[in-house]
Design a protein around this ligand. Structure first.
Ligand code: UTP
Length: 288
């Protein structure tokens, strides 16, 4: 029986340079897609997957996320006085039981791998999930639930993958695939941002992972990889051969909301599901 996944690490300490100046004073993870900030989608997806402990790895200028998951007393009082019950309900919808969200600070943005390592004391020797909130995935069920279900069967380590165009492999971590069973693919190797000519496949890793705690020992080495950053991919690659390692080609659509195009597409895709917004969008497109 595989140890259940009850913890998730959400790294939110990146600089978000691709979204400047919007991300100068507010974190990228607080950019809204329609009416909810990216971080809220990630937490909702984790809760849907049965995950109980949410660990945010934050950095400078990120305090607003702590406020997002707390009471807004002044706002709640005013809404109550005005009898705006629905708005009050929405404002309170992200209040988890106290103690279920923890925050740890990455003091220098040294890379995704370093951010995960900063959570080692809170992960405390348990297997854990990771989600990058700027990778918004629309899926039914959500991508994390799909991952947890696959992990319960396979154990070990798991990355979410999708098939990308060969020329795009240099933007992702890419797997060397082994045997495939349905949506599950054995992982024989992992390489970060390979040149398309050198890419071992077109199965690209997106921001959902389930990892065994042993990855922390490799992250502790703080080896600098692609882009001069401490890469999660490099530490994960060292687990291959030591522990089971699979990819899950998840079902759903992923939007890279750290890029303007991905964020715009995510908004349009969400709006298309709302009959009123969809009709207004259609009007706008027809008139232009
Ligand atoms: P990105 O590669 O998107 O980097 O990080 P970034 O700095 O956030 O954005 P750009 O590229 O400058 O526009 C992927 C994930 O890893 C986190 C980010 O917050 C994001 O969730 N991250 C990255 C950290 O927490 N710390 C880091 O040092 C780097």
């Amino acid at each position: 029986m595989n140890a259940p996944i009850k913890k998730i690490v959400l790294p939110v300490a990146g600089l978000g340079t691709r979204f400047l100046p919007a991300t100068k004073a507010i974190p990228k993870e607080m950019l809204p897609v329609l009416d909810r900030p990216l971080i809220q989608y990630a937490v909702e997806e984790a809760l849907e997957a049965g995950i109980e402990d949410i660990i945010l790895v934050t950095g400078r200028n990120k305090q607003v996320m702590e406020d997002h998951f707390d009471h807004a007393y002044e706002l709640e009082k005013i809404l109550q006085e005005k009898g705006k019950e629905e708005a009050l309900e929405i404002s309170r919808s992200m209040l988890l039981e106290e103690g279920r969200i923890s925050y740890v600070r990455q003091m220098r943005p040294l890379g995704l791998g370093h951010a995960i390592w900063c959570a080692r004391k809170l992960v405390n020797g348990h297997p854990f999930a990771v989600a990058l909130p700027d990778d918004l995935i629309k899926g039914k069920p959500g991508a994390l639930k799909q991952m947890v279900e696959a992990y319960n069967e396979l154990g070990g380590n798991l990355v979410a993958t999708m098939d990308v165009a060969k020329e795009d492999t240099s933007k992702y971590g890419v797997i060397t695939p082994g045997a495939r069973k349905g949506k599950n693919i054995e992982v024989k190797g992992l390489v970060e941002k390979p040149h398309p000519e050198d890419a071992p496949s077109t199965q690209a890793v997106v921001g959902r992972y389930i990892l065994q705690p042993e990855v922390m020992a490799y992250l502790e080495e703080k080896a600098v990889g692609a882009g001069g950053e401490i890469q999660l991919t490099d530490a994960m690659a060292k687990l291959i051969g030591e522990q089971p390692f699979h990819a899950l080609e998840f079902e759903g659509r992923r939007f890279d909301c750290g890029s303007k195009l991905g964020w715009l597409m995510a908004n349009l895709s969400m709006a298309a599901e709302d009959p009123y917004l969809a009709s207004k969008l259609k009007e706008l497109i027809t008139f232009q």
